[in-house]
Ligand binder design. Sequence first.
Ligand SMILES: *Cc1c(COP(=O)(O)O)cnc(C)c1O
Length: 391
Amino acid sequence: MHDTQEHYLLLTPGPLTTSDTVRQSMLKDWCTWDDDYNQLVQSVRRDLVRLALNPQGDSAAAEAQHDNAYTAVLMQGSGTASVEATLGTAIGPDDKLLILSNGAYGQRMAEIARYLGLNHQLQEHNELDEINLERLTQTLASDPSFSHVCVVHCETTTGRLNPIADIGHIVKAHNCQFIVDAMSSFGGLPIQVDQLDIDFLVSSANKCIQGVPGFGFVIAKRSALEPLAGRARSLSLDLHAQWRTMEDQNGKWRFTSPTHVVRAFRQALDELFVEGVNGRLQRYRDNQSSLVAGMAKLGFNAMVDECHQSPFITSFFYPEHFAFEFKPFYQALKQHGFVIYPGKVSNADCFRIGTIGEVYPADIARLLSAIEQTVAATVAGTANATKGTQA
Ligand SMILES: *Cc1c(COP(=O)(O)O)cnc(C)c1O
């Protein structure tokens, strides 16, 4: 029996399980305009650009070459606030945004575009389908007024990884700017923004970098961000103004910044650099492949094919060999110390299990054993209940 006051593992797409050292780093108060804090902010911004230019830590030359071409802006709020700040600042009155969607987070970008009254078109796909590259090419070729294309990298709805390199080629061949929601992938696999020619990459503190929730960030191509003064449709979500303040005032945020969260993020970045992006990716892959193999043995099939599946989060269909209900299953696993995630796909019964955060293959082995026990108890319970009604 697991006390609810006790620590349980979050097997979710974030907020996720953080290390003790990340949590402990928050036990100090910071003054937002003090130099100590502003230096901390600047070091985080610098290291985010480093991570985006030289994710594997093996190409100092490439990093040096492009160091000044990209910059990082931190933005208060959850990840969505950073997506909204990016779209609301980057898309001008004469621009047109094409939104590629195969899941809830792509749909959320369309919702942002509707709220902000952006000139946009939504190219929808079924949640279980891949992005149709031919259709993308045709759309951009048939309408030269498109100026920007945005897509989600890891669509957290299903766990599918969209091919941002292939999409980026097409986007650039049509002279559009490329905006990537890499919320649930950045830091968990190498994404080289200069090679992919990404103009704006958006992510947040509480996903693969394994910080705590409270802010998001944008890695922006300087030449794309610089001309955007006065464009934003929102004061607090003005990406350009936030950037200028950070640049001109040495790491100052315009409004109260989540100081403890930024300090925790500094610690999380240090821990990522020790593990290395490749090391982290390997750990997530080990977590995910042992999860999928173990789940298949217990009758739970993954929704996305292995070749499109991200190592970050996996959707599983409800099993068919017994009467499965998510709520009691969730509660039983929570008693064992694991918190999983409900499904988000519209036309299929599924649930999700995240494999990111301070989570190791040994944790996945314990989870699988807890699932096995839960399934056995459910099947036995169902059999007894059936016997009971027959008697
Ligand atoms: C987590 C996530 C977001 C942001 O969600 P918030 O709840 O606002 O932090 C956006 N896009 C994707 C793909 C995500 O996984």
